[in-house]
Design a protein around this ligand. Structure first.
Ligand SMILES: Cc1cc2nc3c(=O)[nH]c(=O)nc-3n(C[C@H](O)[C@H](O)[C@H](O)COP(=O)(O)OP(=O)(O)OC[C@H]3O[C@@H](n4cnc5c(N)ncnc54)[C@H](O)[C@@H]3O)c2cc1C
Length: 467
């Protein structure tokens, strides 16, 4: 068996320096004090390789394979499951300098873009063409297209446009062998054998490094109206969403629900007036677009008035200014507020058929109270596609046994209902045990076989998903 040298971060930075003209290497000194993103262990490797071309990424990867050095792909570091966590001896392969919007095709509504472009930068580049992305996330300022491909990101518009997988037409990636996989098709219809690029979408950097993609885009609909509506439960919220989806002159742009504890604590923190709400109910945030902002606002008000009794609405408020719109959205998007009070709050991202939501949430609160009286949760999410985010309001450091009990309570019945233990954030390191427990064993075995073919030395993002 071949033996390989072990490199300290400093040595690794030195040997990689000068490997390719398009490759920038940042060593431990350059990384000192740098923000690690959503996981404090993201930058532990202490060495970042930043290619500015696919060729430079391929040269780095080929070197790593020859020298048996593991690689951790990273984008904007906004991932929430530890998928970008690195260790000493590994090299971080960052997409930061793959930052070009290569070509916009307005007439086709497609864009070719490098992996390191952030969602927000892509939206800004598309705007002068009257276009935008068909996918949107609260982390748009930092999440990159490559990271979103790799986690199969979902977000606000998934109920209408699907997730990242449904936006990607073409994809280029460097394989663990150093070869370049290129399938940069620009069309919706390709029926030419199995669609191998799908392996990289949701692959969490374990099958290769995504360098470029072709994405579908869509026309901007700038004329918006936004409302907050008190709702008794998810079924009522879904009635409102369904009615608006069928409206001939409005297009539903978002339907986000926040359960009472989330609403109460967040509104208190932000000094947001909830006196319009009839009781301590959940709140639905609705956004629609129309022919003008005035028309959209008037039609939304009309529809909500019409639905008032039918959907048993518990109060509502329609934004009258841009500032108010931002404040409404801030309640939903600044969602990590609870970590200030509960730094160790176990958090989850689950999905289920929307019709199963109410029974699930009621059951969840019951199961939590059986674990410990008063154990509560913040629940909110992308209601129209059945995606809930859940954070457990448990103070202090949690004993591993308590964490296991909580996990069991959260995941109960989800697979059987047709949902997933991970809706849009991925598996990474944090959800590995859930992957092993809830994913079909044959599917797991197949994934391991594919991994063994593509990455026999297990050098790409080791330890993530179950690899
Ligand atoms: C405030 C906030 C709101 C969020 N809202 C949403 C939401 O609504 N919907 C949603 O889906 N997610 C959401 N997220 C999670 C996060 O933004 C997404 O998971 C996003 O897709 C990660 O992109 P990134 O560029 O930051 O990737 P990173 O965090 O850098 O990496 C994520 C994973 O992708 C891999 N990876 C990154 N780039 C590449 C590449 N070029 N090639 C191969 N593998 C790569 C990494 O190895 C890692 O496994 C949110 C996060 C925050 C902090």
């Amino acid at each position: 068996m071949a033996s390989y040298p072990t490199y300290s971060p400093l040595d690794l930075a030195r040997v990689l320096d000068g490997l390719h003209p398009d490759l920038r290497i940042l060593g431990p000194e350059a990384l000192a004090g740098r923000h690690p993103g959503e996981d404090r262990a993201n930058l532990t490797a202490g060495v970042i390789a930043q290619p500015a071309s696919t060729e430079a990424a391929a040269a780095l990867i080929a070197w790593c394979r020859a020298n048996h050095v593991a690689i951790v792909p990273q984008g904007g570091l906004s991932g929430l499951v530890g998928g970008g966590v690195s260790r000493a001896g590994e090299v971080i392969l960052s997409s930061a300098r793959l930052s070009r919007v290569v070509a916009i095709h307005p007439e086709e509504e497609t864009v070719e873009v490098e992996a390191g472009v952030t969602l927000e930068a892509l939206q800004a580049a598309l705007a002068p063409h009257g276009l935008t992305t068909g996918i949107d996330l609260g982390s748009r300022g930092s999440a990159t297209i490559g990271g979103m491909v790799s986690t199969n990101a979902g977000g606000i518009l998934a109920f209408r446009n699907g997730v990242m997988r449904h936006q990607i037409l073409g994809l280029e990636a460097v394989l663990p062998s150093g070869e370049v996989f290129s399938d940069m098709t620009r069309v919706v219809k390709v029926s030419a054998g199995p669609d191998i690029k799908q392996i990289f979408i949701g692959g969490e950097g374990t099958f290769g490094f995504v360098t470029r993609v072709v994405m579908k885009v869509e026309p901007i609909r700038p004329h918006r109206a936004v409302a907050l509506v008190g709702v008794a439960n998810a079924a009522r919220a879904l009635e409102v969403a369904a009615r608006l989806r069928r409206h001939p002159a409005l297009l539903l742009e978002a339907a986000e629900m926040m359960w009472p504890r989330y609403m109460r604590d967040h509104a208190a923190l932000k000094s947001f007036d909830l006196s319009w709400r009839d009781g301590d109910t959940a709140v639905l945030l609705i956004e629609v677009s129309g022919s003008s902002a005035e028309a959209a606002t008037a039609l939304l008000e009309e529809e909500l008035a019409d639905l008032w009794e039918e959907a048993d609405l518990k109060g509502g408020i329609v934004a009258q200014s841009f500032d108010q719109t931002r404040r409404f959205w801030d309640l939903r998007e600044d969602s990590g507020f609870y970590f200030a009070a509960f730094p160790d709050a176990p958090s989850f991202d689950v999905s289920m058929p929307p019709s199963a939501l109410d029974a699930y949430v009621t059951g969840l609160f019951d199961r939590l109270s059986v674990i410990r009286s008063g154990l509560d949760a913040y629940v909110y999410g992308h209601i129209a596609d059945g995606n809930l985010h859940i954070a457990i309001a448990a103070p202090g450091h949690l004993h591993p046994d308590l964490k296991t009990q909580i996990e069991t309570a959260v995941y109960a019945g989800i697979t059987a209902s047709g949902g997933s233990f991970s809706a849009e954030h991925g598996v990474g390191l944090d959800k590995r045990s859930a992957y092993l427990a809830h994913v079909d064993p044959v599917k797991q075995a197949l994934a391991r076989q594919i991994k063994a073919v593509l990455d026999p030395d297990m050098l790409f993002n080791p330890g993530k998903v179950p690899f």
